[in-house]
Design a protein around this ligand. Structure first.
Ligand SMILES: [Zn+2]
Length: 357
């Protein structure tokens, strides 16, 4: 799929997408870059027509924009919605709201919270803003994404648990923590020191992956490696015995770093620790803690933003589901986090209203 060029600032974005018609034109260009193609019979002549719809937030959309664009095949007369098989399917929010939200999520360094999005876009209803963001988060998981390769640091961390500054009931709730496994690609490179003329070997972080697991044990670590790390790669860990067992069983090379190595390397798994620190500061700073059943969705957002830094346009299109097909996600599935892994460290009974991080 060829991609139309992309605005570089919010002002430019507003000029590009001032109304529903502009958003529709962009969808057409993204979807049918070489012209209309019928999904049913493959015919390449189609007619565009508009059907009136009731818009949910009348305040933000003029009445002239209360329509939905459909295409009808000139041969078999099958009608196709431009938003079919994308997360926009059957939405009651205007396209401009979706586009603005996807732009903010794709370009803002930390991404908006539901509260901020509601205020900035004038959605006028916190639940709709929350739901919209969670739908975008569901679009961030690409099942066909390529695996981490080379040297991959893996470490586990508790999210939630004891937090200084929280009092009474909130502290009691926060104390039940979730275990998250973090994988980070390590990219070695050499840097020339101008003064000495010497080359030094250095490392930087590549892509990351994060998953909620039941515990940091060999079984969970093995499943994480199988799902995220390309065979032939080297797993680097802090030397916990479960990593030895998991890598041996799967036939991965294991760079086992123990406390004695700290003098040489600074930290045993420096890149994983850096990613964990960034994750925790983002969860607290931007979202002020998240509902624990939804933690995986927030991990997906963090990973999505981290892995696509420097490519906002691809991020924007992925968010709107323009490059792939995503089944529509229902309200009940999202509010109940029914499609997310739902583990609690220590196997405690989950409480819907728990707050973590
Ligand atoms: Zn057709």
């Amino acid at each position: 799929m060829t991609r139309p060029s992309f605005p570089r600032s919010f002002a430019e974005f507003q000029a590009w997408f001032p109304d529903e018609a502009a958003c529709h034109r962009y969808l057409v260009r993204s979807r049918w870059s070489d012209g209309f193609v019928c999904r049913s019979c493959g015919h390449t002549v189609g007619y565009e027509f508009r059907r009136r719809v009731k818009s949910r937030s009348r305040a933000t959309v003029p009445p002239s924009d209360h329509f939905r664009v459909l295409w009808e095949c000139a041969s078999c007369h099958r009608q196709t919605s431009l938003t079919a098989a994308t997360i926009l399917d059957a939405t009651k929010l205007p396209l401009t709201t979706w586009f603005w939200a996807a732009f903010l999520v794709a370009t803002d360094k930390r991404g908006p919270s539901a509260l901020l999005l509601d205020r900035q876009l004038g959605i006028g209803d916190h639940k709709s803003a929350w739901f919209l963001l969670h739908k975008l988060r569901r679009a961030m998981v690409n099942a066909n994404r390529t695996m981490l390769r080379g040297i991959v640091e893996i470490d586990g961390t508790f999210v939630g648990g004891y937090q200084p500054g929280l009092k009474g009931g909130r502290q009691q709730k926060a104390r039940k923590a979730a275990m998250v496994l973090v994988g980070v690609e390590v990219q070695p490179y050499s840097r020339l020191d101008r003064k000495s003329g010497q080359e030094s070997e250095r490392e930087r972080s590549g892509r990351v992956r994060m998953t909620v697991v039941r515990a940091e044990n060999a079984e969970a670590i093995g499943a994480f490696i199988e799902a995220n790390v390309e065979p032939g790669s080297t797993v680097r860990s802090d030397g916990l015995w479960d990593y030895v067992t998991a890598t041996r069983e799967l036939g991965f090379a294991h760079d086992r770093r123990v406390q004695g190595d700290i003098r040489k390397t600074g930290q045993v798994v420096r890149h994983a620790h850096q990613a964990i620190a960034n994750l925790k500061s983002w969860l607290i700073g931007t979202h002020h803690g998240v509902g624990r059943p939804h933690l995986q969705a927030y991990l997906d957002e963090f990973v999505f933003r981290f892995n696509r830094r420097g490519n906002p346009e691809a991020a924007f299109q992925t968010l709107l589901g323009l490059g792939s097909t995503h089944a529509p996600v229902r309200w009940a599935t999202i509010t109940g986090a029914q499609d997310l892994p739902y583990y609690y460290a220590g196997d405690e009974v989950p409480d819907e209203n728990d707050v973590t991080a």
